[in-house]
Structures are given as C-alpha cells and as structure tokens.
Design a protein around this ligand. Sequence first.
Ligand SMILES: NC(=O)c1ccc[n+]([C@@H]2O[C@H](COP(=O)([O-])OP(=O)(O)OC[C@H]3O[C@@H](n4cnc5c(N)ncnc54)[C@H](O)[C@@H]3O)[C@@H](O)[C@H]2O)c1
Length: 388
Amino acid sequence: MADRILRIGVLGLSRGFVLMRPTFVADDRCRLVAAADPRPEARAAFQAEFGAPAYETAQALCADPQVEVVYIASPHQFHAEQAILAARHGKPVLVEKPMALSLAECDAMQAATRDAGVQLIVGPSHSYDPPIACAADLIASGAHGALRMIVMMTFTDFLYRPRRPEELDTARGGGVVFSQAAHQVDVVRRLAGRPIRSVRAQTGAWDPDRPTEGAYQAFLTFEGGATATLSYSGYGRYDTDALMDWIGETGMAKDPGLYGAARLRLAGAQEEALKRQRAYGGQAAAPPAGSPHHEHFGQVIASCERADLRPTATGVEVYADERRTIDLPPRAAPRAAVIDELWRAIVPGAPPLHDAAWGRDNLAACLAMLRSSAEGREVSLSELESPP
Ligand SMILES: NC(=O)c1ccc[n+]([C@@H]2O[C@H](COP(=O)([O-])OP(=O)(O)OC[C@H]3O[C@@H](n4cnc5c(N)ncnc54)[C@H](O)[C@@H]3O)[C@@H](O)[C@H]2O)c1
C-alpha cells in the first residue's frame, strides 16, 4: 500500500474516463473520491461503483474538501475553464489531451496553476507508453548516434466512432488534428527530446457527412536537425493494428474479422445514444484492468545514425548492427506511468515532463498543422506566438 494516497475527483464521466478508470482502480497510489457530470445515469453508476458523491457541476466537485486532485476528462472546450476553477480551489489538475483549444487558453491555465502553486499535468497520452519512454531514453543516451528521422503512421476508425456534434466541427475543436495529432505530436516530441521548429501539413476532410478532418500528413522539423513524418487516417479502412500483431490501442487483442464494424454500427443508428453507451454508465463494457500488452498508437520507427528503433505493444525492437528486442512486461495498472508522474509531482514535488508548457507546445504543433494546411505553406512554430 502506498504511504500517500491521492484523492481524485473526476470531472466528466466520459469515454476518456472509461479508459482511465482501470488504472485508478488498480493503482494503490490513488483513490476516486468524487465525480461530476451532467448525465444522471453516469452519476448514478459512479455512486454505485465507488460509494462516493457525484455532482452535477464542476463547481460542486472542486469545492468538495475530500477532492485533492481534479482529473478533467470533459470535452475539450471545458478543459480551460475547469482547470482554472480547480486551481482557484488550490487543487492540482490532471487534464486530458488536448490541453485546450487555443494557446491563450493554455496560457490562462498555466497562469492560474502557477498563481495557485499547484501542478498541471496533461495526460494520459501515448508518450507515457513504456515502449515509447524506453525508446526515448535509448535515443537520449546517444548509444546509437543522433536521432535523424521518425516515421509515424496510424490508421484507425476514429471518425466513425460515435461523436458529439462539436467533434465533427473543427472550429469547435473537432477532427483528428485536435484529438489524434495530439497523440502523434506527443510521441514524436518525446522521442526527439527537442522542440519542433516547423510544420508542413495537409489535412483531409473526405466525408461530407462528417465534415471535419479525418486524415492528415505532416512533415515536422526539430531543432537540431531531426525530422518526422506523421500520417493519420481515421476513415476506418486500413488499420495499423495489423502491424502491431493485432494488439489494439489499449493493449488488448483485436479481432481482424471485425473489419468495418464502426461504420456498420453507425449506419442508421442514433449517434447520441451510441455515444452514451460507450461513456461511463453506458452498456459498452469497460476494458478489464490489467491489459495484457502496452498501449500504443500505431507504427513508429525512429532512425538514429546507427540503429532504427521500433516501439511495439510489448517492448522495443532495436535494429542496430545486430537485431535485438527489449521486452517490457506490462504493469498491473495499465496507465501506471500517468500516476507515476502525477504522484511524484504532488508528493515529492518532482517536476513533471507533461506539464502545462508541454501540453501547450503539443497544441501549438497541432494548430500549426491546421494553419499549414489552410495556407498551403510551411509554418514555423514561432509564428503562432503573434497573431497572423
Ligand atoms: N487519452 C485518451 O486515451 C482519451 C480517450 C478518449 C477521450 N479522451 C479525452 O477525453 C475528453 C472527453 O472526450 P470523450 O470522447 O471521452 O467524451 P464523451 O463524449 O465520451 O463524454 C463526455 C462526457 O462529458 C460530460 N460533460 C459534458 N459537459 C460537461 C461539463 N461541462 N463538465 C463535466 N462533464 C461534462 C458528458 O455528460 C459526458 O459524460 C476529451 O478531451 C478527449 O480528448 C482521451
């Protein structure tokens, strides 16, 4: 048993919470003590499962003296105001990606947490995955020479999972750049260990019935000279889990026979009802605690001068003069790395990697992708610091 347990309040009993829930349950360094969500069925399910209060409003949750840390898993557009509210109540924040929808919001969140003297951590996201962290440490060690390039490719059915209306509207934070480039940028920044200098991207909105970005390609340059290409499609055709031995994003085995299932489920269905089923309190089953493999976000190959490194769902493949595999056994709590960072930031006070500045820089790269595509040119990250 941990000698210090973080008492966590959940803001937004969402699909994001469903994915994080097994970690909160399995990790003895934290305990869920309250929640808030406008949906009555979600509140009832939380009260029944955890025997703890579930409020209608963020204000009530933040005011609860039992709540020590606020985990924000509400839709993107609420992240900024809720993080600021938590900070004003003197509570550290764990906020889902993307940190917010604009750099001004990120700045306000950073200022509020700094003024309150509390930590803000952005997570979970795929740079916490142990194979990514292991590959990043190998790169940073210089054992295989300098990092030169990264190739990252993720093909999913993201756009055909049930969505709220704003998730299909880029102006309100919808589309795969805000939701999924947030992971790819996070991963390649962790591997490169250097700031992004510029972005050239082309985004695609190919389905008029779901009129937001469903795909993109981007070319990133890093300070120090390394580069990365990011390819993403959420159109539910090819699936990069095929390259990961049919282990899905959450580390669970995936059935390749379910081809096209997301589009089929959506056809003719009430999208809002489907969405509720997948969120907490709905009928869609939560993933069991203790995924047999690590979480991942598709194919990643990092090329150093003398080796290619490939993080997988079980470890890291190292293609140097000899080929070897680093096996990384899964931990009991699937996203334990997030709790590691949160606990260390709050208890001994160790500076977190995924702090507000980190989350802001991830968002800046995503915004640069959108601008690059709209303007048909390479965008330097420094341009985002002043209005166009
Ligand atoms: N890191 C990950 O793996 C991951 C996975 C899924 C979602 N997410 C993130 O989680 C967040 C939620 O997305 P989702 O798709 O899970 O949402 P969702 O649509 O499944 O659920 C949204 C929930 O928020 C509730 N809600 C609405 N307004 C609210 C408010 N003002 N305060 C509190 N709760 C409110 C809704 O009732 C609902 O329960 C997003 O920022 C998303 O990027 C992260």
